[in-house]
Design a protein around this ligand. Structure first.
Ligand SMILES: *[C@@H]1O[C@H](CO)[C@@H](O)[C@H](O)[C@H]1NC(C)=O
Ligand SMILES: *[C@@H]1O[C@H](CO)[C@@H](O)[C@H](O)[C@H]1NC(C)=O
Ligand SMILES: *[C@@H]1O[C@H](CO)[C@@H](O)[C@H](O)[C@H]1NC(C)=O
Ligand SMILES: *[C@@H]1O[C@H](CO)[C@@H](O)[C@H](O)[C@H]1NC(C)=O
Ligand SMILES: *[C@@H]1O[C@H](CO)[C@@H](O)[C@H](O)[C@H]1NC(C)=O
Ligand SMILES: *[C@@H]1O[C@H](CO)[C@@H](O)[C@H](O)[C@H]1NC(C)=O
Ligand SMILES: *[C@@H]1O[C@H](CO)[C@@H](O)[C@H](O)[C@H]1NC(C)=O
Ligand SMILES: *[C@@H]1O[C@H](CO)[C@@H](O)[C@H](O)[C@H]1NC(C)=O
Ligand SMILES: *[C@@H]1O[C@H](CO)[C@@H](O)[C@H](O)[C@H]1NC(C)=O
Ligand SMILES: *[C@@H]1O[C@H](CO)[C@@H](O)[C@H](O)[C@H]1NC(C)=O
Ligand SMILES: *[C@@H]1O[C@H](CO)[C@@H](O)[C@H](O)[C@H]1NC(C)=O
Ligand SMILES: *[C@@H]1O[C@H](CO)[C@@H](O)[C@H](O)[C@H]1NC(C)=O
Length: 453
């Protein structure tokens, strides 16, 4: 994903001519499943209002502007949670079509037409969605199509191949492509997502190689202080390779804490090791920084009203990861379900905006709707609400206890330019990169000339 999203915020605000025609906050009685179904079906419907892929001339799997490709991957993960926890398959055909349409030529979620925006983190969020499909035993694709587990393994393998030991003793760079800004940044969401996917693949497949990878990524992140060594296990944004990754950018985002937390939960559940149990519990304690009177918020931006389009969706992933952690690690359940229950009721009462009267806001401790809206707001409210069911549904399946998706340990490793690590760039892919850079350069010059004349 790109850094500068201020234009998107501008677009959103300029659209804010929506008038509340009816004020009817969703009221949630957590003891009444029908109340939860009614409320979440409205929120899910509102989420799908942003989906354009089933309209004539639009691309299957993509949401309306200004939402980037990566967030679509995130949103399909939220719709999978909606289906699973609420037993509602209304959108399953859309989910299936979207996940299969965006795989790219190599079935690894690196479609060439996303190469001006796609980073490791972007690819990972589609990988996380298909991993969920495998673990929840979502309907398998037709036999002539890549399977959920295969796709998740292809994402993992192509990301792992980009591991860069030449700078900072390891780590993934943010960007896949050298022409995107951020190529010199090693960020937590890319590395945390590699760790997270490895942990899930380890538990699903039982293959020890994934545990080894997860450990390697975790250790590197700890070494460069992306995971704090202080009394609270905070998780920070990233490090620059310029100074050998010694200066930590200290922003804390909910989804980063969640990627690490739930990754450790999967590893603990799979290995039974005290080490991963401790880390899960410590990451959970540190996650308290994102709660205000037990109501979840995006602490780094929400208070100043500066959350960009991407950041408004972070609470969605974090809510999802909290629910999974509660399923996998019994000792975390009281704390997590207390946070989820309290936040879900608060989120529901924020859903009283827009022309439909139940558009969700960003600030759940505001009294009613706060005037903010978007795909991220819908996703976050939906995820926190459906995850109140985390303990009433089966934990993620594995290949040996209910998961039927099949894969291939070598998925995605066939040689192709977009799959290669930066350190193994072939002449072909360099030439390809050169051509794309040249085309982008020429377009910029052309635009500039057009503006001048
Ligand atoms: C829901 O049920 C629990 C006991 O199962 C009870 O403690 C709680 O007060 C109930 N909550 C509401 C909102 O009725
Ligand atoms: C759920 O919606 C149905 C249909 O609109 C309605 O009949 C029912 O009373 C609602 N249930 C609750 C608990 O709100
Ligand atoms: C399933 O979701 C659809 C769309 O959101 C909704 O119309 C329908 O009432 C839901 N069914 C149940 C049982 O919640
Ligand atoms: C991008 O490429 C995919 C195939 O990978 C294609 O289905 C889609 O239509 C293309 N265009 C857009 C705008 O996504
Ligand atoms: C760069 O950082 C890595 C990871 O912390 C460390 O192992 C390596 O020794 C450092 N290199 C230099 C030249 O300081
Ligand atoms: C954490 O790391 C910093 C930087 O390497 C070091 O100065 C500090 O002593 C460490 N703290 C603990 C508690 O290990
Ligand atoms: C886990 O934490 C407990 C309590 O803090 C500590 O006694 C134990 O040594 C830790 N175990 C590992 C493997 O870190
Ligand atoms: C926490 O929530 C209260 C309202 O319940 C609000 O007044 C306060 O500003 C919030 N604190 C932060 C840090 O956002
Ligand atoms: C792993 O998760 C399952 C499903 O919730 C649970 O029954 C089991 O106790 C967990 N394993 C460990 C080691 O906590
Ligand atoms: C969360 O809400 C559910 C449904 O009311 C209830 O069964 C559970 O005990 C609650 N858990 C906590 C920790 O509040
Ligand atoms: C998973 O899906 C397969 C294929 O549809 C089915 O045979 C199996 O029973 C499902 N497993 C569970 C636990 O539902
Ligand atoms: C286990 O995972 C590794 C790492 O991805 C892979 O190379 C290997 O083929 C896998 N083994 C099996 C039996 O799938």
């Amino acid at each position: 994903m790109l850094v500068s999203k201020s234009i998107s915020t501008f677009l959103l605000l300029s659209l804010a001519s929506i008038l509340p025609s009816q004020v009817s906050a969703l009221t949630l009685d957590l003891n009444d499943t029908e109340s939860l179904q009614n409320a979440t079906s409205l929120v899910a419907y509102g989420l799908m209002d942003y989906y354009t892929g089933n309209q004539y001339g639009k691309t299957v799997g993509m949401f309306s502007d200004p939402y980037y490709w990566w967030q679509a991957g995130g949103a399909w993960g939220s719709m999978l949670d909606y289906w699973y926890y609420m037993n509602n398959d209304t959108y399953n055909d859309d989910i299936m079509a979207a996940l299969l349409h965006q795989t790219g030529d190599d079935n690894d979620y690196v479609p060439l037409n996303q190469s001006t925006t796609e980073g490791n983190d972007d690819q990972a969020f589609w990988g996380i969605a298909v991993m969920t499909a495998a673990e929840r035993n979502f309907t398998n694709p037709p036999e002539d199509q890549p399977q959920w587990l295969y796709l998740a393994q292809a994402v993992f393998n192509t990301m792992a191949m980009r591991w860069d030991s030449d700078t900072c003793g390891g780590g993934l760079r943010w960007q896949i492509f050298i022409w995107n800004s951020g190529y010199d940044y090693k960020n937590t969401v890319s590395n945390g997502a590699l760790f997270h996917i490895a942990s899930r693949l380890a538990r699903y497949t039982g293959n020890q190689s994934y545990v080894d990878w997860a450990e390697k990524v975790y250790d590197w992140m700890y070494d460069v202080h992306l995971i704090s060594n202080g009394s609270y296990m905070y998780v920070y944004d990233g490090v620059n390779i310029g100074d050998n990754c010694t200066t930590v950018t200290p922003y804390q985002w909910t989804y980063n804490q969640g990627l690490l937390l739930s990754g450790c939960a999967y590893l603990y559940n799979f290995t039974g090791e005290e080490l991963w149990h401790n880390r899960t519990k410590n990451l959970l304690t540190a996650a308290g920084v994102f709660f205000n009177n037990s109501i979840l918020y995006e602490a780094a931006c929400q208070g100043h009203n500066t959350c960009n389009t991407d950041q408004r969706s972070f609470k969605a992933y974090f809510s999802r990861f909290l629910g999974t952690t509660a399923q996998l690690v019994p000792e975390t359940r009281n704390q997590i379900m207390h946070w989820i229950n309290t936040s879900a009721v608060a989120a529901a009462q924020s859903c009283s905006g827009g022309t439909d009267g139940h558009t969700c806001g960003i600030n759940w401790f505001a009294d009613g709707w706060d005037g903010m809206y978007g795909l991220g707001e819908q996703m976050a409210a939906l995820e926190i609400m459906v995850n109140t069911k985390a303990l009433s549904k089966a934990a993620p399946y594995t290949s040996s206890n209910g998961g039927s998706s099949v894969g291939d340990g070598a998925a995605g490793t066939e040689p192709h330019p977009t799959n290669l690590a930066p350190l193994h760039i072939t002449k072909g892919s360099r030439a390809g990169a050169g051509i794309i850079t040249a085309v982008i350069g020429i377009s910029i010059v052309t635009c500039a000339l057009w503006l001048v004349f």
